[in-house]
Design a protein around this ligand. Sequence first.
Ligand code: FES
Length: 113
Amino acid sequence: MNKRSLTINIQRFDPVAEAKPRTQSYRIPFSPGMTVSDALHLVNEISGDAVAYLVSCRQGICGGCLVKVNGQSRLACCTPVEDNLTVGPAFPNLVIKDLVTSKGAVKTIIRRP
Ligand code: FES
């Protein structure tokens, strides 16, 4: 059993219930090859929290898992996880909950002339 572990900092925000985002840190076991989406899954499994995030193809194709990792836009399913990284929503002004943003609003913004 691999006893290595890491800390992941996740921006949490429920606009319906909270006034502003907060960052919550989680300590999770690390395994080689682990991605950010693997880490998010493990956070929910271990902590019992319900961090909201999206994942679909897990192959870097659909773009559904787009988040900010240390402030840079990254696909969570393709980004290796490392100790002490911070994960936030791809579009902070369009948060539905935690890391999930309104894709409909994003499409509307992109289509504007
Ligand atoms: S889940 Fe499809 S690109 Fe990451």
